[in-house]
Each structure stands twice: as C-alpha cells, then as structure tokens.
Design a protein around this ligand. Structure first.
Ligand code: DQA
Length: 145
C-alpha cells in the first residue's frame, strides 16, 4: 500500500479557533479525519502530523526518504520563510504537493512568495480544508494509482 506523509506547520494546531473567517471552523483533527477517509477510498495509508517547530518538520522530511511515496505539506508561515524546509524537500525524489487552506497569493504581499512552490509538483490553495482531500486526489493522479 502506498504511503503519504501529510505535514502541517505552525499554528495549524489552532484550526477552528484561529481566524475562523479565514481558516473556517473545523479543527486539525477534523482535517485528519477527512484525509483518512479520502486515503481509504483511494487505497493509501497516511501519516498526518503537525509541528510548530521548523527543525522538527525538517527532521520528519529527512526521515521520510524511502518510506513514503508522496508528501503533502501545508508549511503554514514557514512556506514563506523556510529555506531549511525547502532544502530538506529538495532531497526527496517523490512528488510534493503544497496545500493551503486560504490562498496566500490573494492575501498580504509577504505571503506571495513560497519556498515550497519551488519544489512542489502541484499546489492546492484557497479551497478551505477541502483542499487536503483534493491534494490526496491529486497525489493519486501523480502516482497514477
Ligand atoms: C496557510 C497560509 C499561510 O500564509 C499562513 O501563514 C498559514 C496558513 C494556509 O493554510 O492558508 O499559517 O498556510
């Protein structure tokens, strides 16, 4: 069974509480359930994780080598700042999909640049939390399962 790692960056543990007018009312646990359902439907196994720490995310990306057939990442604010996450992702040879709940390109100027976008095979943004299962579908297309 193909395995996908789904990584979430800082403050995404606060979904449901954090700026609901932008990010909605669902919690990260709700998002994980949505992802599990979609993964089951498509025959994937997922590992779903969140960290507020850049180094922990880098560590998980390093450990992913050889274990996962794809990575879906919402790096949150690190999207726009983390050369370290970019460098770690560059070591992977599996497809990377960037996901955002909001559409950062339609927001403040400082959210327009994405380090993740430089390595991502696809981007799903501005679809709300529904973007996560959509990213899993996109992964299925990329892996042609
Ligand atoms: C986000 C967008 C980022 O700009 C922001 O820093 C986040 C969440 C999103 O999912 O819309 O924390 O990645």
């Amino acid at each position: 069974m193909k395995k996908i790692l789904i990584l979430n960056g800082p403050n995404l543990n606060m979904l449901g509480v954090r700026e609901p007018e932008i990010y909605g009312h669902e919690t990260l646990r709700d998002v994980e359930v949505r992802c599990s359902e979609k993964a089951r439907e498509l025959g994937f196994k997922i590992d779903f994780r969140q960290s507020n720490h850049e180094g922990e995310l880098v560590g998980w990306i390093q450990e992913a080598r050889g274990l996962y057939q794809g990575i879906i990442i919402n790096a949150a604010a690190y999207t726009h700042t983390s050369l370290a996450i970019y460098d770690a992702l560059k070591m992977l040879s599996v497809p990377i999909i960037e996901v955002h709940i909001s559409d950062p390109k339609q927001r403040e100027e400082f959210r327009r640049f994405s380090y993740i976008g430089l390595v991502a095979a696809a981007v799903v943004a501005g679809k709300g939390v529904q973007g996560y299962p959509q990213a899993i579908e996109k992964m299925a297309e990329l892996l042609s399962v």
